[in-house]
Write a protein that binds this ligand. Structure first.
Ligand SMILES: Nc1nc2c(ncn2[C@@H]2O[C@H](COP(=O)(O)OP(=O)(O)OP(=O)(O)O)[C@@H](O)[C@H]2O)c(=O)[nH]1
Ligand SMILES: [Mg+2]
Ligand SMILES: [Zn+2]
Length: 299
């Protein structure tokens, strides 16, 4: 790691407001506090720090981000950065809580928009599989789908290998088993997990802040809080389309280069939806996201 002046470089492994923990050269971890009001530090940020008076060090600057995972808060219409400098987004779902495929699509879209890889992790295989045709639609579209179980260990070697050399993040609905997977993949950690609620079989939002862990294979993996919904902060229609691999691939054959695949004539995407090559549900997801990002932009 580089050092400029009397400051040193580090990676932020946990951030809660102005405080958190960073990992400096040599893997030493320190609690930190941010200097000044303007810096907004997130998990995965590379920062410059200086020693403080006590064990707490001071973060003085954030190095430019390669990318960031960003959500749009629809009540304030503000963008919130969730994590930075990611190479792989792993969207976790399971047979329970019941998957919200639209949430999954939106994370895949955010991953594409930020130029990170994406993988779908179907956990709790010991309990059964969610809708097989949905999983098939993702595979046909070109996404990697890994079926695993944090309980039995099924598929975990392959999952671990997926993160070799990557900076990954586990995202998805609360209760899908992200923290349970962390406990299996990271030796020596014991992060909190929470049973689903009895009545509705929904997650309890056990994880409340993102934390980055070091993997034995050299990668890093962030355990993120589960969500009920997720809207990526996306700037234009084109970015929405880029987030749907099969729609982007078909778009090359549309009559108009700027086709949005809504009502345009000669639309290859719509004809593939009609003949069943593209999943109708995925197309609906594309249209919903296009509408959401447009209504957000018009506010
Ligand atoms: N049967 C089974 N249960 C699992 C598996 N993985 C996780 N669970 C259970 O699912 C529940 C939720 O697991 P968590 O790891 O807390 O889920 P999470 O995605 O981290 O949830 P949040 O932190 O709320 O986002 C817990 O009761 C786990 O024991 C699995 O592979 N099989
Ligand atoms: Mg969790
Ligand atoms: Zn089209």
């Amino acid at each position: 790691m580089s050092a400029t002046g009397d400051s040193q470089a580090a990676v932020v492994v946990a951030a809660h407001g102005r405080r958190g923990r960073l990992q400096a050269a040599g893997a030493a971890e320190h609690p930190y506090v941010v200097r000044g009001r303007r810096l907004r530090v997130v998990c995965g940020d590379r920062v410059q720090w200086q020693p403080g008076l006590h064990s707490e060090v001071t973060v003085i600057a954030i190095e430019p981000r390669n990318n960031s995972l960003r959500r749009l808060d629809t009540t304030t219409n503000k963008t919130e950065v969730l994590a930075a400098n990611l190479s792989l987004v792993a969207v976790v779902c399971a047979v329970e809580p019941q998957p919200d495929w639209f949430v999954l699509d939106r994370y895949l879209c955010a991953a594409a928009d930020m130029g990170a890889g994406a993988v779908i992790v179907v956990n709790k295989s010991d309990l059964g599989r969610p809708n097989a045709s949905e999983l098939e639609a993702y595979r046909t579209a070109g996404y990697r789908v890994l079926e695993v179980s944090a309980r039995t260990g099924q598929g975990l070697d392959e999952l671990a290998a997926t993160f070799d050399g990557e900076t990954g993040i586990l995202v998805g609905q609360s209760g899908a088993g992200k923290s349970s997977l962390i406990n299996r993949l990271v030796p020596g950690v014991d992060v909190s997990t929470g049973a689903l609620t009895r009545g509705t079989a929904e997650g309890r939002h056990t994880t409340t802040a993102s934390v980055m862990h070091a993997l034995p294979g050299g990668g890093r993996l962030i355990d993120a809080p589960g969500v009920r919904d997720f809207l990526p902060a996306i700037d234009d229609d084109r970015a929405v389309q880029v987030g749907f691999a099969e729609i982007l691939a078909a778009a090359a054959q549309c009559r108009f280069g700027d086709c949005r695949h809504m009502r345009e004539p000669g639309c290859a995407v719509k004809s593939k939806v009609q003949d069943g090559t593209i999943s109708e549900r995925r197309y609906e997801s594309y249209r919903r996201l296009l509408r959401s990002t447009q209504s957000a932009a018009s506010h």
